[in-house]
Design a protein around this ligand. Structure first.
Ligand SMILES: [Mg+2]
Length: 370
């Protein structure tokens, strides 16, 4: 059998987050809408696979007529075909009757989620107590959804509030969230580069009782400043990890992680891709550095990242920012007691509603045929 690809459908679809997200230290409101460029591949004998793919129509045409096995080498998409990696992985895993984590040679992932929805939703409130209660209430909602780890956006004083007022509020919010989720839950913070070294030390000092798991993007990554922060954390006996790498990361970031300055590497799952993340994650596994790809805004990137956890042991937490799309059935996925239960169904464990996607393609997409 030669299941060559004979049809490609492309459309950008829109999904909704469970709750609109406010500002962070850099940006304004993130809202509730997520746009996802989606590609469905169909073979001569009618098999399909789909996934996020931002390749151009011209690039996609190069896939037409290609037999699927020729695009793979030992469970990995060959370098030339990486622009189409996710739909190809979904298709090939389905043809093999395996979930992607098994097709890629991994075990069923044991991985935790973290609720990444705790943005600056409080900027309209004048009172810090009311603001802290609002964000703590959002953390409680995340608990009800099954999460047992929570990441709080901080850095209100970088742009949206005066520096001192914003810093005081960040501290109040961190304490309130820890209070409501209890001592066993995991709490992280993310300053989106809105702090400097001294501000970071101040907030970590004042929230020492909150037992923070990581500080993400405290300031733009800098090996001199991170060396200072590391030394200070050790002297203060604070077990807070340093996480960084999303966005326009410094080219030496992975080397700084190898040198012990960064504990958790966070390159974007889609920008880096599944296989390149797998290679880096294996390297980081060997030296005990954690992996936690940035997924925010990807719509389905949490599901992809959960499969990656099957081949990268240091991937402990999946950033959970999933959106609901009329075209995609995610009902096989469950978060229970903080753990992502990754479905064992073929492909990425997501099902496309073909009629709904056909409608999106007819409305604003394109179909390529051999
Ligand atoms: Mg971040």
């Amino acid at each position: 059998m030669d299941p060559g690809i004979t049809r490609i459908d492309v459309a950008t679809i829109e999904g909704k987050r469970p709750r609109a997200a406010g500002s962070n230290a850099r940006l304004g409101n993130h809202g509730d809408t997520v746009r996802l460029p989606l590609v469905r591949l169909t073979t001569a004998d009618g098999a399909t696979g789909f996934g996020r793919c931002a390749a151009s129509e011209e690039q996609l045409r190069s896939l037409l007529g290609k037999p699927v096995p020729e695009l793979f080498d030992d469970g990995r998409v060959e370098a030339e075909w990486l622009p189409f990696e996710l739909p190809l992985l979904d298709l090939a895993a389905r043809l093999a009757g395996q979930p992607v984590y098994a097709f890629a040679g991994g075990e069923r992932p044991q991985v935790r989620s973290y609720d990444t929805s705790l943005y600056f939703d409080d900027l309209h409130l004048a009172d810090d107590g009311a603001a802290a209660n609002l964000i703590a209430g959002e953390a409680r909602d995340g608990w009800d959804l099954g999460h047992r780890a929570f990441k709080i956006k901080v850095g209100r004083g970088a742009r949206h509030l005066p520096l001192e007022a914003g810093t005081v509020r960040d501290i109040a919010v961190i304490r309130a969230v820890r209070e409501v989720v209890g001592p066993e839950a995991t709490v992280m913070i993310d300053a989106n580069n809105g702090w400097n070294l001294n501000l970071t030390k101040r907030v970590l000092t004042e929230t020492a009782g909150a037992n923070l798991h990581w500080i993400e993007e405290a300031f733009h990554e800098d090996n001199v400043l991170y060396a200072d922060l590391k030394e200070w954390l050790t002297a203060e006996a604070l077990a807070v990890r340093i996480a960084d790498g999303e966005g326009a990361a410094h080219p030496a970031l992975a080397d700084w992680a190898r040198a012990g300055l960064i504990d958790v590497v966070q390159y974007n799952i889609f920008a880096r891709g599944f296989d390149r993340w797998r290679q880096l994650g294996s390297d980081l596994d060997a030296i005990g550095v954690e992996t936690s790809p940035h997924t925010y805004g990807g719509g389905v990137s949490g599901y992809v990242t959960a499969h990656l956890a099957g081949v990268v042991a240091g991937l402990q937490f999946v950033e959970w920012d999933v959106a609901a799309f009329a075209e995609i059935d995610t009902s096989a996925w469950v978060i229970r007691n903080g753990l992502v239960e990754v479905p064992g169904t073929p492909g990425f464990g997501l099902e496309l509603d073909d009629r709904a996607f056909d409608a999106a393609v007819a409305h604003s997409g394109v179909t390529l045929r051999q």
